[in-house]
Design a protein around this ligand. Structure first.
Ligand SMILES: Cc1cc2nc3c(=O)[nH]c(=O)nc-3n(C[C@H](O)[C@H](O)[C@H](O)COP(=O)(O)OP(=O)(O)OC[C@H]3O[C@@H](n4cnc5c(N)ncnc54)[C@H](O)[C@@H]3O)c2cc1C
Length: 416
């Protein structure tokens, strides 16, 4: 088999893509790992803590980064996407386009450029809940540890001042987009997910200030988040006395997402713990259709449900509106067949995970299901890992990624 046919392209450097790349490279394959963002790690780096162990996601990521740095067989291309691909002759020929690197690899992350920058933008890491400088370290766990520059957000004059402030000459205002075509034996798709948008959940108060999505709650609880880790009502900054978690917000619903995202019950139970740790007197209610915490995660459910002031109510929330300075929830109590009205100060909607591939038409996504999740195509040498394949938690994504790497290498061998 030629070297090109043994090599693997991994698309998406979230936890699944990083794992697939590492596992393949550690068994001898040459791997190119591409990521469209400036840094790797994907969605997990926006979480505060992981269930079930409640450790920060940066812990696991540091180990993976050490493995990546030590492995000469993996090439990581950030700010990169597949722009064309064709298969034939037992492999894939893939065009990869990399956005201009306005900041070069010799950046020391000293921060002088940031001090010279006056333009602020919505912080993508904090899901737009706070502002950040146009040139910045994207987040504390960023790898590569290089500043990123939203060049289009600043004027030419300001860009020059920012470049002049860098004593290492690391800001490159002449940077260009680059394109390269590479040959691979197989492809692992690990393009992950995005949250179902709040804007589509108007009936559940998605447009109200004190109704937030579960992903926003993760940022609010995080020390590097928009409130420095303080859980509060976005409308006025006050501590909420009553917090409601609304499960299946837009999931298992023919008008929104047909499927269950599998992790939202555990995510809300985890977030109920965040609330009780900070606000021990707060009343926390979780409204659910079914409590889905498979396997050993049942222990996590029981541990959270036992906390004083945490109530789990079987009921589907149909409508949320403003009322008496707070929020009113209309809940169908399915066990007693009555409609209940409940009040809350802060509502967290457990929105589901939408595959990024749903509106991405890369040639390498040869097969997708009706919901946009990508399917393995062993004949074409394409395997899928993590949430690109189906909604799952980190532990399952990692297991899945090991399998996807192995299947891809087998597929490459068969096609060669
Ligand atoms: C509210 C919430 C809380 C959660 N909490 C937990 C928890 O506590 N514990 C737990 O185990 N799980 C948790 N999860 C689940 C966890 O987030 C996922 O299991 C995990 O993100 C899956 O990783 P992934 O690599 O498949 O996808 P992602 O993290 O989405 O990574 C995919 C990567 O691919 C990149 N990408 C996408 N398209 C392209 C493209 N075309 N080209 C190049 N790159 C691309 C993206 O930029 C991203 O970096 C939670 C989920 C939610 C919604």
């Amino acid at each position: 088999m030629s070297e090109a046919k043994k090599s693997l392209l991994v698309i998406g450097a979230g936890i699944a893509g990083i794992t697939a790349a590492l596992e393949a490279a550690e068994t001898g394959a040459e791997v190119v790992l591409i990521e469209r963002e400036a840094t790797i790690g994907g969605r997990v780096l926006r979480l505060n803590n992981y269930f079930p162990k409640m450790c920060p996601p940066s812990c696991g990521m540091e180990i993976n980064i050490r493995r990546l740095e030590r492995n000469p067989r993996i090439r990581v291309l950030t700010r990169s996407k597949v722009t064309a691909a064709e298969t034939g002759d037992g492999g894939w020929s893939v065009e990869i386009t990399t956005e201009p690197a306005w900041v070069k690899a010799n950046c020391t992350a000293c921060g002088d450029c940031e001090s010279a920058c006056t333009t602020e933008i919505d912080d993508p890491h904090n899901l737009g809940m706070s502002k950040t400088k146009a040139i910045r370290l994207p987040h504390p766990s960023a790898w590569p540890k290089i500043y990123t520059f939203d060049r289009a957000a600043v004027s030419d004059d300001e860009a020059k001042k920012i470049a002049e402030a860098c004593t290492y000459d690391a800001v490159d205002l002449d940077a260009q987009e680059t394109t390269q075509t590479l040959e691979f034996g197989a492809v692992v798709v690990a393009t992950g997910w995005k949250p179902y948008p709040l804007e589509k959940l108007e009936e559940l108060g998605g447009d109200l200030d004190d109704v937030v999505a579960n992903v926003q709650m993760e940022r609010m609880a995080s020390a590097s988040g928009p409130t420095g880790g303080v859980i509060r009502k976005p409308s006025n900054g006050e501590a909420p006395a009553r917090v409601a978690f609304v499960q299946c917000a837009g999931s298992r619903d023919v008008n929104h997402l047909n499927y269950c995202s599998g992790v939202c019950c555990l995510a809300s139970l985890k977030q109920a713990r965040y609330v009780k740790e900070q606000l021990p007197d707060a009343e926390v209610t979780m409204y659910y259709i079914d409590r889905r915490t498979p396997g050993r995660n049942e222990d996590f459910l029981l541990g959270s449900a036992e906390l004083e002031g945490v109530t789990l109510t079987k009921g589907k929330v149909g409508r949320i509106e403003k009322s008496n300075g707070g929020l009113k929830l209309h809940v169908e109590d399915v066990e007693n067949e009555v409609i209940l009205e409940a009040e809350a100060d802060l509502v967290v909607l457990a929105t589901g995970m939408v595959p990024n591939a749903v509106d991405d038409d890369l040639a390498v996504f040869t097969r997708k299901d009706d919901d946009g999740f990508v399917l393995d195509d062993l004949e074409a040498g394409v395997t899928v890992a993590g949430v690109a394949r189906r909604p799952e938690d980190v532990a399952a994504s990692v297991r899945d990624a090991t399998g996807a790497a192995a299947r891809a290498m087998v597929a490459a061998g068969r096609r060669a």
